[in-house]
Design a protein around this ligand. Sequence first.
Ligand code: ADP
Length: 261
Amino acid sequence: MVKISIKDLTFSYQSNKILDDLNVIVDDAEILSLVGPNGSGKTTLIKCIDRILKPKGSILLEGQDVQSMKQQEIARRLGYVPQSSSTPLATTVFDTVLMGRRPHISWRVSDADLDKVADTLELLNLQELAMRDFGQLSGGQKQKVLIARALAQEPAVLLLDEPTSNLDMKHQLDVMETISSLVKEKGISAVMAIHDLNLAARFSDTLVMLKKGVVYAAGAPNDLLSEKNISEVYGVEALVMRSLDKPCIVPLRSLNGAAAG
Ligand code: ADP
């Protein structure tokens, strides 16, 4: 079933067109990754879906137009996970995750909300960090707490902006495995902007490759990540090999004059 349907989406900052007539479908329980060079419009698209920005065209979430939904309804159904580095929170891990319950809380925090937070911390194996200060955690721990906060909203879709940037190999895998098991076990869909093509190839069901604000190509990682596509979208000569039946990209050199954006 279709979870999100984006039709003819166009967005401009002042007169500067950033996204041009995008059409994207996100299915139930899939990980869809937005890839493309810096400035190609990945973050802008995520912000349009979360209605932080107001584009032209339509975005249907489970058949309902996001533009006509109340803010609280959006907050219940879309869980936005920002980059951990952009989120200085002076509070404990427990309270950070409790903030995710806000769209559900009527006038005071209920036992059910506290239980939900405790369950979410346990699900992501964060219970031992519950009383720690968010600001004192490592990058990987912060990213998982921000995922827990979004998950406490009980969303239909997780929107993630570069969830693995600034993380070492182990924490990158930890975060991606967490997202992958949530998608499988809870039927949530995940839409993420991600730079690392090898991680995207390994964990995504679908890739959408953006180039200068248009969809250059979309499909399964095996079909999409060809040497030709990487050269045309990134301006990089790369070797594409197979490993564990997934494409594995080795960037070789930057192609002069073909730099994308
Ligand atoms: P990506 O996430 O793929 O790196 P972005 O969505 O951040 O790309 O940016 C797409 C384009 O929009 C870039 O050219 C960027 O300069 C421009 N842009 C981003 N934010 C703003 C803003 N607040 N005002 C004007 N232009 C912006």
